[in-house]
Design a protein around this ligand. Structure first.
Ligand code: ADP
Length: 582
């Protein structure tokens, strides 16, 4: 009995075993099925990911093509417009017929409008393609405000508007940030305020506050104009949007100004907001983040401007040293011309040498009172040249040698003094420092100080006609005030330096260096572009050249190749423009 039940149990176990085996097989099949399905799913996912990447690349390419097209088209259009405006200016100046001058003035105002639209489109395409960047420099806020007052106060007065400026006297005098974009922000807001106001006033207020991460600068523009309806205020910052179109149909505009302004403000870590009452007026408030360079308060703004004017007038105390012999050594012809130009009224006897070798030859035959020497020169640099000069026996064994360099970073002065230089002057050269160094290193009996009438008359002319403004309109990409400052505010000298700059075009030699992989010479030439660009006030270009120079120093080939084209486009278009402008 027991035997039977054991057999039965065995049978049952076997049956269960078979069932389990069947179950295992079924599970195995299911597993294989799952694995296959999984594989299929993975390959489908890979496929759709590839498709997605492909589609994204195509979309990006199309977007890039659009931005490139906009950018190059705007560049191309800018050049002929500038030529048209240049020729038109000659008509305004030279025509004796009033009605011809009136037509030409209409051409000018439409041309300027077209130029500002093109500039906006160019900026917009840069923003869209992510190429817009902040280029920070040290800047003097007072001179920014001063330029804006110069450019806009007549426009406001012509419309019968009161132009008010209120500047908080505690704002630090020298800040660090993108000066050109700050100018654009204020100009856009102020131009709108004037455009959309028929009576009353427009006002620019600046204030600020220090905080733990730097300085928060507020730019506030208010007007007593048309105002903006509440429902329109939300749409204001959308690109190509103009509001209240029926009311504003006679006022020219593209609807890009506020979009760009908002974008610049946000790139500077800030915000732009608007408060407005329809029919009563508007207030646009932007705050941006800046760094403080010099914490001296800007002080009483009016008084500061008056003081600057006075300082300029005092600069008319010029050096006179006809017996003093100076040698200037620089491989860049424009730098030598700047040097000679700055001293042309002083009677100094100036020789130039375009290489270290030429300088040594000159030193063997003539005794100089001072030698000014560039640092970066091909073949023999300034330091090597000084060492060789000191090891030779020439009439200049104890002539002071002063290094002229665009390497104005801290610690450089000490380095040059250790190499044996007597002093250091940074480029671009400012005439007052140059003259002071001549006073310091030339014997007393050679140097006298005289009152300079020419500078005075230049200052007077500047006041009467404000040539900076017309230069600035011709070259919005330049900081004309800076360029003029390096040219002693002499308009003709500045024009000459612009031509010299264009004549010293380094684009071909830079391209050749890149094609042959000669990064060392590339560094030397782009260094020259850095310093000459700053000399004419092309700050942004100079900054770009500086970055390329640093990349060449560090052999960051990738940086050079991905940024050179953009730099070249800007460089060549500036040169083209200078060549096409009289
Ligand atoms: P636009 O080139 O048309 O002036 P903006 O982007 O600068 O373009 O301004 C967009 C719109 O905002 C303008 O068309 C105008 O309707 C309105 N707007 C801007 N500023 C003012 C202002 N100060 N007062 C009234 N309306 C303004």
């Amino acid at each position: 009995m027991e035997y039977i039940s054991l057999e039965e149990e065995l049978k049952e176990v076997k049956k269960q075993l078979k069932k389990a085996e069947r179950e295992i097989r079924r599970l195995e099949n299911e597993n294989t099925l799952l694995i296959n399905m999984n594989k299929k799913a993975t390959s489908m996912r890979d496929f759709s990911e590839r498709e997605l990447v492909l589609a994204k690349n195509q979309a990006e390419k199309a977007d890039q093509a659009k931005s490139d097209f906009l950018a190059s088209m705007s560049h191309e259009i800018r050049t002929p417009i500038n030529a048209i405006l240049g020729m038109n200016e000659l008509i305004i100046r030279e025509s004796s017929e009033q009605n011809v001058r009136d037509y030409a003035k209409d051409i000018e105002s439409s041309g300027r409008m077209l130029l500002s639209i093109i500039n906006d489109i160019l900026d917009f395409s840069k923003v869209e393609s992510g190429k817009m960047e902040i280029i920070a420099v040290e800047y003097d806020l007072a001179s920014v405000i001063n330029d804006i007052i110069n450019m806009l106060s007549t426009k406001a007065k012509d419309k019968g508007l009161t132009f008010l400026v209120e500047v908080d006297r505690t704002i630090p005098s020298i800040l660090y940030g993108d000066e050109i974009k700050i100018r654009q922000i204020i100009m856009n807001l102020m131009t709108n305020a004037i455009k959309y106001t028929e009576k009353g006033s427009v006002k620019l207020s600046l204030k600020g506050a220090k905080d733990e991460i730097g300085y928060k600068l507020y730019l506030i523009v208010s007007d007593t104009g048309k105002g903006i309806k509440e429902e329109d205020q939300k749409r204001l910052f959308e690109s190509f949007t103009r509001v209240d179109e029926v009311e504003n149909r006679a006022i020219e505009g593209t609807g890009l100004g506020l979009t760009l302004t908002k974008c610049f403000v946000e790139m500077m870590g800030g915000e732009l907001s608007v408060e407005s009452v329809y029919g009563e007026g508007s207030t646009f408030t932007a705050y941006i983040r800046q760094e403080i360079v010099k914490d001296d308060p800007i002080g009483d703004f009016e008084e500061r401007i008056a003081r600057k004017r006075e300082q300029r007038e005092n600069n008319s105390q010029r050096l006179h040293a006809p017996g003093c012999k100076v040698l200037v050594v620089d491989d860049v012809q424009m730098n030598c011309k700047v040097f000679c130009g700055l001293l042309k009224e002083t009677g100094l006897e100036i020789d130039t040498a375009f290489s270290g070798r030429e300088a040594l030859n000159r030193c063997q035959n003539k005794k100089y009172n001072i030698i000014y020497m560039d640092h970066r020169m091909p073949n023999m640099d300034g330091i090597e040249c000084l060492h060789e000069l000191r090891s030779m026996d020439t009439p200049n064994n104890d002539t002071p040698v002063i290094i002229l360099t665009a390497n104005a970073i801290s610690g450089m002065r000490e380095m040059y003094m250790e190499e044996g230089f007597d002093d250091y002057l940074s480029k671009p050269i400012e005439v007052k420092y140059l003259e002071n160094s001549i006073r310091k290193y030339a014997s007393d009996w050679l140097v006298e100080t005289v009152k300079d009438n020419k500078t005075e008359s230049v200052i007077k002319e500047n006041k009467a006609e404000s040539p900076q403004i017309s230069f600035q309109e011709k070259y919005p990409e330049l900081n004309v005030n800076l360029g003029l400052m390096y040219c002693m505010n002499d308009e003709d000298f500045y024009q000459e330096m612009l031509k010299e700059y264009a004549g010293g075009d380094k684009s071909n030699v830079l391209k050749e260096c890149l094609a042959s992989g000669n990064y060392s010479d590339f560094g030397t030439f782009v260094h020259a572009v850095k310093s000459t660009s700053l000399n004419i006030g092309a700050e942004h270009l100079s900054e770009k050249a500086k970055r390329l120079e640093n990349a060449a120093k560090e052999l960051d080939i990738q940086y050079i190749h991905s940024n050179f084209d953009e730099f070249l486009l800007e460089y060549e278009s500036l040169i083209k423009k200078i060549n096409s402008t009289e």
